[in-house]
Design a protein around this ligand. Structure first.
Ligand code: ZN
Length: 333
């Protein structure tokens, strides 16, 4: 899922999302609840009417952003200051569901407690405890049958806490499961162990969504473990900095050597940018800060990432996943 932080994926239009074949876009509840506010979005027919994009929207609970603002947390909810105007804002599991109901996405996320890593074991344990209590409260007030509701597993890189959090989330009637608290600066090896333990305890018949992971190695490793969904700003953020994802690894378009290179970004990429434009042209646009440059590289990076996940899906179906996994790991590590 590409990330449309404030309702749009940076540099892309709704028509782009259609052409790219995007199924689901993630929109950030935190940003939309502050600007323009959920009632404004609701008055325009929810995210679909407001953004003009008829695909599926997933709204996060706001928790991830809020917890990056060093909020004050208690058993009932979380209080933080708006990054827009410094106003004090209160978010509870009930309010997060209510706001997401107004935003009108297809998938809501229950509000969780996402502690920074590393955190003392007691802090991670309390986060698991509160996340479980908040999950029940979210379910109790969720009333929109058109909108799915996902619970979120926490537990840091503690295998025992991850198992406990997974079990407690899985026993509730959620439509799917978010796996939170990763991609917050942890090492790869403990992440893999904690992620494997998490997936072990989650039912295989409902979607499992690893939040905030979208680098090629992270994707392929998690797909191997049984993750179904991802969101990440990495493909679009990289694009704005001239970093291109290709079948041969990372390409830095800002290197002067690209200015005379008539090849496409990726010889095997079917995207509209690779069909039409050379590295020379795109490197030039970035160099002179022509906004179209970032836009075109964004289109390619999103197309490339979707194609990678597609390739993994097809490889699973044809029993050739291990081959794909090995080639991705070889190129990207
Ligand atoms: Zn391309």
């Amino acid at each position: 899922m590409p990330v449309g932080t404030r309702g749009a994926v940076k540099h892309l239009t709704a028509a782009d999302l259609d052409r790219l074949g995007v199924d689901v876009m993630l929109a950030n509840t935190y940003h939309l609840m502050l600007r323009p506010g959920p009632s404004r979005v609701a008055a325009q027919g929810g995210l679909e009417g407001f953004t003009g994009w008829a695909g599926h929207h997933l709204t996060d609970s706001g928790g991830y952003q809020v917890f990056s603002l060093t909020p004050s947390v208690d058993d009932d909810g979380v209080t933080f200051r708006s990054t827009y105007d410094g106003d004090e804002i209160r978010l509870t599991p009930e309010r997060a569901v209510g706001i997401q109901e107004q935003l009108g996405g297809d998938i809501q996320m229950a509000l969780d407690v996402c502690p920074p890593l590393p955190s003392p074991p007691g802090v991670v344990a309390t986060a698991v405890e509160r996340t479980a209590a908040w999950a029940r409260r979210a379910i109790a007030v969720h009333r929109s049958p058109r909108q799915g509701l996902f619970g979120i597993v926490q537990g840091g890189v503690d295998v025992g806490l991850r198992r406990q959090s997974s079990r407690r989330t899985a026993e509730l009637p959620f439509d799917g499961f978010g796996i939170g608290g990763f991609s917050v600066g942890e090492e790869a090896a403990p992440r893999a162990d904690a992620l494997a333990a998490t997936l072990d305890e989650l039912p295989a018949d409902r979607p499992r969504y690893l939040m905030g992971v979208g680098d090629p190695v992270g994707l392929i490793t998690a797909i191997e473990l049984g993750v179904d969904m991802f969101d990440c700003v990495l493909p679009t953020r990289h694009a704005r900095h001239g970093t291109v994802l290709t079948g041969e690894g990372r390409l830095n378009l800002r290197n002067a050597g690209n200015l005379g290179d008539d090849r496409p970004l990726d010889d095997h990429c079917p995207c509209e940018v690779c069909q039409r434009h050379s590295r020379a042209f795109l490197a030039h646009l970035l160099r002179v800060k022509e906004p179209t440059g970032a836009r075109l590289v964004t289109i390619h990076n999103v197309a490339w990432t979707l194609a990678l996940v597609d390739r993994a899906r097809r490889a699973i179906e044809t029993g050739r996943f291990e081959e794909v996994r090995r080639s991705v790991i070889e190129i990207w590590t």
